[in-house]
Design a binder for this molecule. Structure first.
Ligand code: ATP
Length: 152
């Protein structure tokens, strides 16, 4: 659960890890989460860092399930079930991880094996939100083959 949920708009930053080809090419990350609300971004020639503050900053090792919880989406679902409108959108440059965050790995990139489809740990916000909504409405049985046992 996020620390502050009173604002009607929340901005959450998620940093993805470098991809294997980026590591192989010797790339370095241009940003670094310094605490749960701030991030350091390289500026200029790369020797200086500038600090930016958001409602939450999620570092590269944050798993999909934790992102669902820490981003505040689970809170939004409670509000939606209470009758309020809620919107979640992902914004960022190409390849930054929007699709992975919203949908999961099976649709964000090439699949290495059919098993990728059944790896629930990779499920993104949309699948987790749908599962939770249906569970809370008491109609999860049979939905997407899930057993409804995992929270988020
Ligand atoms: N948090 C993460 N952990 C591991 N891999 C990630 C993460 N976020 C993204 N990736 C990987 O990075 C690559 C690019 O991610 P993705 O396709 O989600 O980017 P995108 O922002 O949707 O790009 P585009 O705007 O071009 O569609 C994919 O191979 C994806 O699996």
């Amino acid at each position: 659960m996020p620390r502050e949920v009173s604002s009607s708009v929340r901005a959450v930053v998620r940093v993805r890890p470098l991809l294997p080809f980026e590591v192989d090419a010797g790339h370095e990350s241009c940003c670094q989460v310094s605490d749960e609300r701030s991030i350091l971004v390289r500026v200029g020639s790369g020797h200086q860092w500038r600090k930016y503050i958001f409602d939450a900053c999620l570092p590269e090792d944050r798993a999909q399930k934790q992102v669902f919880q820490d981003s505040g989406v689970s809170y939004l679902l409670d509000e939606a079930l209470a009758g309020y409108s809620a919107t979640v959108l992902a914004y960022g440059q190409t390849g930054s991880g929007k699709t992975y965050t919203m949908m999961g790995r099976s649709v964000s990139s090439e699949r290495s094996s059919p098993d990728e489809f059944s790896k629930k740990s990779d499920d993104g916000l949309i699948l987790r939100a749908a599962r939770r909504l249906f569970r809370q409405m008491g109609t999860l049985d049979g939905f997407c083959g899930g057993d409804g046992s995992s929270e988020g």
